[in-house]
Design a protein around this ligand. Structure first.
Ligand code: F6P
Length: 341
């Protein structure tokens, strides 16, 4: 069996362990793997490398993806879909393992349902916003990075008696902000799923400072809304039509300073949250996803995505993962909100 692999969308720690897992399972069964470079762009151009246990065995601790990534959306141009099918034919691929978030898996799902090409999906994203799986790899490492950053910000906030606003990623889901708030004892946090209440924020921070706390930490999700519009870096949309979020943290810091007359600073953690080595949890989850994706390929169980359900990795219909976004569950929000009182 000849299996193609690609990684698409925003990179995240844990992609390389997946690649290593797929390659090992296919090689153990006497098959062969090719890596298409830079997401769907490589599927269009045919640009690829040979993947073997020898060149993937030591990549389990490496961040990013050895295959490169892009936000190329071939469904925007039907000619590119034809080119992809041509590439698959030329390379003699029996199936494709697409490792990505909702955009990349959406392309794979449509290739399967509309073009009958055998695809298998593997869910990745620091945002943790994919349906049909309990958690995506990349998320755990991201929370650890945010935690390390806030541990550092807390000491300087305390020394200067300041409030520090920390803007985190997550797009339109508040998982990163909510988990970071819990892990870091944040004094206030904002997520896209809940309306922002600035009066409540100011009152809460005042109450905490009045009761003796000398500093404050506010975690803001990049996708939270201060008005009817998102705060964006510019007006451009990416190939999948997403706005480029960023900048709400600065605005929240200004509001706090104006309304509370306390020195406030903001930090946008940005792409730091996606960089570096995967945590042990993400190395294990990524590897297990890769092993099971390889097995689905060998079983010719196509149109499926590997998913974490409880502690097991199972195959679920690829379509279920991309039909709708998994936003922050209310119960998690309520657990974190206990500390806003
Ligand atoms: O989906 C992952 C993510 O990091 C989001 O949290 C963020 O909004 C977006 O990607 C940033 O995209 P880019 O890397 O294209 O700037």
């Amino acid at each position: 069996m000849k299996v193609g692999l690609l990684t698409g969308g925003g990179d995240c720690p844990g992609l390389n362990p997946v690649i290593r897992g797929v390659v090992k399972v296919i090689d153990n069964a006497g098959g062969e793997c090719l890596g298409l470079l830079e997401g769907w762009r490589g599927a269009i151009t045919g640009n690829h490398i040979q993947l073997t246990p020898a060149n993937t065995d030591s990549i389990f601790d490496k961040g990013g993806t050895i295959l490169g990534s892009s936000r190329t959306n071939p469904w925007k141009n039907p000619a590119e879909i034809d080119q992809i099918l041509e590439t698959f034919k030329k390379l003699g691929l029996d199936c494709l393992v697409a490792i990505g978030g909702d955009d990349t898996l959406g392309v794979a799902s449509k290739l399967y349902s509309e073009k009958n090409f055998p695809t298998i999906g593997c869910p990745k994203t620091i945002d943790n916003d994919l349906s049909a799986t309990d958690q995506t790899f990349g998320f755990d490492t991201c929370i650890n990075i945010v935690t390390d950053a806030i541990d550092r910000l807390r000491t300087t906030a305390e020394s200067h008696r300041r409030i520090l606003v920390v803007e985190v990623m997550g797009r339109h889901a508040g998982w990163i902000a909510c988990y970071s708030a819990i892990a870091n004892g944040a004094d206030y946090f904002m997520v896209p799923e809940k309306p922002v209440d600035l009066d409540d924020m100011v009152e809460t921070l005042k109450r905490k400072l009045d009761s003796g706390k000398k500093y404050g930490i506010v975690v803001v999700s990049e996708g939270a809304k201060l008005s009817k519009d998102f705060v964006t870096k510019d007006q451009e949309l990416d190939e999948f039509g997403h706005v480029k979020l960023g900048g709400i943290g600065d605005q929240v810091a200004k509001i706090i300073e104006e309304r509370m007359e306390i020195e406030t600073r903001s930090v946008i953690l940005g792409h730091l949250q996606r960089g570096g080595s995967p945590s042990a949890f993400d190395r294990v989850l990524g590897t297990r996803c890769g092993v099971h994706a390889g097995q689905l390929a060998l079983d010719k169980d196509f149109g499926k995505m590997v998913a974490l359900k409880g502690t097991r990795i199972v195959g679920v219909p690829l379509k279920d993962a991309v039909d709708k976004m998994r936003v922050l569950d209310d119960s998690f929000y309520e657990e974190a909100a206990v500390f806003l009182k």
